[in-house]
Design a protein around this ligand. Structure first.
Ligand code: BES
Ligand code: MN
Ligand code: MN
Length: 460
């Protein structure tokens, strides 16, 4: 192991330079205008897999963006680890809030990252994180220290719902068969309190439309006598959460897993530092579901958020108008054992129920995903915990995250293997936001932890 760690240390600068090459490609999956960059990025990932010593590297075409596959088979008696990641990134908007262009990576020190952080779209989510696996693999291969078989699957549609990968997994069960799935696409609780992510929330996403009059109206001639769809929609959205922070949708909590007080006490060992939390995001006060801590509200409880609302005139100056329509996008984060289908159904019924008779309401569902939980008495969790404890020299705790990676549950259902979420980001990395960054020490701690995980996992 020392040889592998030495190799990593000796090649640090090159690892960062190579990552920069990936970060320079604007592989934005949400915007079809970037299709060429997406294709270019898939090829680049394949090239790096090959250079790292991975066999059978393939850029698999799909109806959507390509999936990059590769493997290294050393011995059928050894376990096989499937490494998953995504090379697609979120759009960089609002672009004017970036200090430097989002696809021109650079390193800068911050309070949280005194050793420097890499700034670029995708630095933490997920290029910087899946790239750690390529470099850890390269280090193991070059020091004769690969203790098991490895498969890589790096997709290009995670940020838009992993549609092609779902089909691919169903059609390639044999090719992807493995003993466990290793993923670095989540965050640590903090650098001082490293964690293995043991849970992800599911997701239901809807777009709603409220139509009042059949055309825009003069607000002087009609105002006060007709329903204004913006007002109606606002009232409806405001009604979705009550004064105790409960979601009012009928039956919304029916299938929510009740976490025991004992397990909650265990979870709350992670210090819920609300003061620090507020300061970090410039907030005067937190709010949420009554009788739950901030940590619990963002992990074991389901939530509902309006992500965008629009309608009417929003340009320069004043235009006196009552719009015909108003719109909103709403996301709901789910916990075991809620399902996206069930929640979409319940939302749709309720949204129609609370709509006044004088407007027309439409609910359009988007992609969703199931929640995921990894039990802590598994060899997957224990191997990751031990690996990170060695790398960080500190106790590592389990931690359920509020984010979603819908393919995890599908992997488990189709391949019959557990996912272990060994991510090294931080909540402050600004993923999906301007000035996304990834700490250099997070990047290197990750590269060091991965061979330790492989070793622990192969030994057990
Ligand atoms: N890597 C994130 C999810 C994440 C980040 C989980 C940090 C835990 C900690 C992933 O790329 C993501 O953004 N997922 C989306 C869902 C997807 C269907 C668009 C999300 O959580 O909003
Ligand atoms: Mn991600
Ligand atoms: Mn993301």
């Amino acid at each position: 192991m020392q040889k592998t760690l030495d190799y990593i240390h000796q090649n640090k600068d090159r690892f960062v330079e190579e990552l920069f090459d990936l970060l320079r490609i604007a592989s934005i999956s949400a915007d079809p205008a970037y299709k060429n960059d997406v294709l270019k990025c898939a090829d680049k990932v394949a090239e790096y897999l090959q250079k790292a010593g991975v066999d059978n590297v393939e850029v698999c075409q799909t109806k959507g963006n390509p999936i990059v596959y590769g493997d290294k088979f050393i011995n059928p008696n050894l376990p096989t680890v499937l490494v998953y990641g995504h090379y697609d990134v979120q759009p960089p908007d609002p672009i004017e809030l970036w200090n430097k262009p989002p696809f021109e990576p650079y390193i800068e020190k911050t309070d949280i990252h005194p050793d420097g952080a890499i700034f670029a779209r995708g630095a933490a989510d997920d290029k910087g994180q899946f790239f750690m696996h390529l470099k850890a693999f390269e280090a193991m291969i070059n020091t004769d220290a690969l203790p098991c078989n490895v498969k890589f699957i790096i997709e290009g549609e995670e940020e838009v719902g992993s549609v092609s990968l779902s089909d691919f997994v169903n059609e390639n069960k044999e090719k992807l068969s493995c003993d466990c799935i290793l993923i670095s696409d989540t965050s640590l609780y903090s650098m001082e309190q490293p964690t293995v992510t043991t849970g992800l929330r599911g997701l239901s996403y809807v777009e709603v439309e409220v139509e009042g009059p059949n055309r825009d109206l003069h607000s002087g001639l009609y105002g006060g006598a007709v329903p204004n769809p913006i007002h109606t929609l606002s009232r409806m959205i405001a009604q979705l959460i009550d004064e105790n922070g409960h979601i009012t949708i009928d039956g919304f909590y029916d299938n929510v897993q009740v976490v025991s007080l004992e397990e909650r006490a265990e979870m709350n060992k992670l210090k819920d530092n609300v003061e620090e939390y507020k300061n970090a995001i410039g907030l005067r006060g937190v709010e949420g579901e009554k009788d739950y801590t901030t940590l619990e509200r963002t992990s074991i409880r389901p939530t509902l958020d309006c992500n965008g609302i629009w309608g009417g005139y929003t340009g320069e100056g004043a235009k006196t108008v009552i719009p015909s329509k108003a719109y909103a996008k709403i996301s709901m984060r789910l916990v075991p054992y809620q399902t996206p289908e069930e929640i979409i159904e319940k939302f749709t019924q309720y949204f129609h129920k609370i709509a006044p008779d004088n407007v027309k309401v439409t609910v359009n569902p988007h992609h969703g995903g199931l929640p995921y939980v990894l039990p802590i008495d598994t060899k997957e969790f224990q191997s990751a915990k031990k690996a990170m404890e060695t790398a960080f020299g500190r106790e590592v705790l389990p931690f359920r995250s509020g984010g979603s990676i819908p393919i995890t549950t599908m992997f488990e259902q189709v391949l019959g293997s557990k996912c272990v979420l060994m991510g090294f980001g931080l909540a402050s990395d600004a993923i999906h936001s301007p000035n996304e960054h990834y700490g250099l020490s997070n990047f290197f701690k990750g590269i060091e932890s991965i061979p330790l995980f492989f070793q622990n996992y192969a030994k057990q």
